[in-house]
Ligand binder design. Structure first.
Ligand SMILES: Cc1ncc(COP(=O)(O)O)c(C=O)c1O
Length: 396
């Protein structure tokens, strides 16, 4: 008989582990979504999201996965014939460009190979080439190569200077790294529940700056489910236009409470420390990060496979023998990299258990990796974390 841990450790770049407190919230009894109990719930989610995003913008909460929120952004802003700039450096930015094209936009792609990202100068050039820039659509953290775009503020300034809106797909990063929407002048942040906010999948959101709201009011979109004006109208009285996924809303509200209890600064610091533990420990063992240092994500750790390691076999052993779930690469990176979600609850336990599983699986596959050096390096980096942040997940 085999022994399996009670729950596997979900180290995917979303969905991620959900704290028990959050899962328990889903068991609450169903309420009337047009009644007195729902209004404070929706208002609470909106207010907490404003806090996370450091914004006074209205926030629209959707019962959908992240793609629904991306579609909301595109359908409410982009019109046929619009000039739209999309920096493309991974699968999600490729998809974003395609979604804008589906709306009939003239998409100016600013391409960079995966593992890097286009510079603000390249984006500025493209914005200037546009006859009349409607928007820059930027993926802040492209989850497929594990790349964070560190010049979002600069790109916001470029969008404004060229008369366009700036939209940030922050689905895989919101709650795990900096994103002060108002300070950085972002018109719309697109987010989802199941990544760094550590809630179950199924809720997504967009925040809408005042100037963007004015545009949408004057130019109503042609969409029913993702029509922002309907959400703002109903949202002002604490309702959603359509039936919300109530158990997921309960859970999301609880997850956001946990985010605020920890505090965004501590949460961001924790993600940054666990990320450096992963990067440094894996590098020590000869497992090299895929992304160039300056573009490396703190929330998605992408790692090149060792020569001769079959991705599927490796991840199967990591999961079946060690109870840890990792992601592979996809698109052009399939088979070449594996990815670790450093998201949400992530703490020293998650880092050490994951590294142990990676080292153990590689050894079982006959590869020589210095697991001791790997664990000691991680342990060293994690010391700051334990001093600053003694919380440990309810995962054991
Ligand atoms: C950056 C980014 N955008 C969009 C999506 C799509 O989100 P979903 O799978 O929740 O629809 C993802 C999902 O991983 C993502 O990472």
């Amino acid at each position: 008989m085999s022994y399996y841990p009670r729950r596997k450790l979900v180290m995917l770049p979303g969905p991620t582990n959900v704290p028990e407190r959050v899962s328990a919230a889903m068991m609450k009894a169903i309420i009337n979504h047009r009644g007195d109990e729902f209004r404070p719930l929706l208002k609470s989610i909106m207010a907490k999201l404003q806090h996370v995003l450091e914004t006074t913008s209205d926030v629209v909460v959707l019962s959908s996965s992240g793609t629904g929120a991306v579609e909301t952004a595109v359908k409410n802003i982009v019109r046929k014939g619009d000039d739209v700039v999309v920096p493309v450096f991974g699968e999600f930015s490729t998809r974003l460009a395609e979604q804008a094209e589906e709306e009939g936009a003239n998409v100016i792609r600013v391409n960079e190979e995966m593992g890097r990202a286009p510079t603000p100068d390249m984006i500025e050039d493209a914005a200037r080439r546009a006859k009349s820039l409607k928007a820059i659509l930027l993926v802040y953290n492209d989850t497929s190569p594990g790349t964070t775009y560190r010049w979002l503020k600069e790109v916001s300034d470029i969008a404004v200077a060229n008369g366009g809106f700036i939209v940030a797909d922050a689905i895989s990063i919101v709650g795990g790294d900096e994103l002060p929407q108002d300070k950085w002048g972002v018109d719309m942040v697109v987010g989802a529940s199941q990544k760094c906010l550590a809630a179950p999948p199924g809720v997504a959101f967009v925040s809408v700056s005042e100037r963007l709201k004015r545009y949408i009011e004057k130019n109503p979109p042609i969409t029913s489910y993702f029509n922002i004006m309907k959400y703002l109208d109903y949202g002002s009285r604490g309702e959603t236009p359509f039936t919300p996924a109530l158990p997921l809303f309960f859970a999301f509200d609880e997850a956001l409470s946990m985010v605020l209890e920890e505090g965004m600064q501590r949460r961001i610091a924790r993600h940054s420390i666990t990320a450096s533990a992963f990067y440094d420990a894996l590098s020590e063992a000869g497992l090299h990060p895929f992304v160039e240092q300056q573009f490396r994500s703190n929330v998605v750790i992408a790692v090149r496979h060792l020569e001769g390691v079959d991705d599927i076999t490796f991840r199967r052993i990591v999961e079946d023998k060690f109870g840890v779930i990792l992601a592979g690469g996809f698109g052009k990176l399939k088979g070449k990299i594996f990815r670790i979600g450093n998201m949400g609850e992530v703490n020293s336990y998650h880092v050490l258990a994951t590294l142990n599983a990676i080292g153990g699986a590689l050894r079982l596959m006959g590869k020589i990796v210095d697991s001791e050096k790997m664990l000691m390096t991680a342990e060293n980096r994690l010391k700051t974390l334990e001093r600053n942040n003694p919380t440990i997940s309810g995962h054991m």
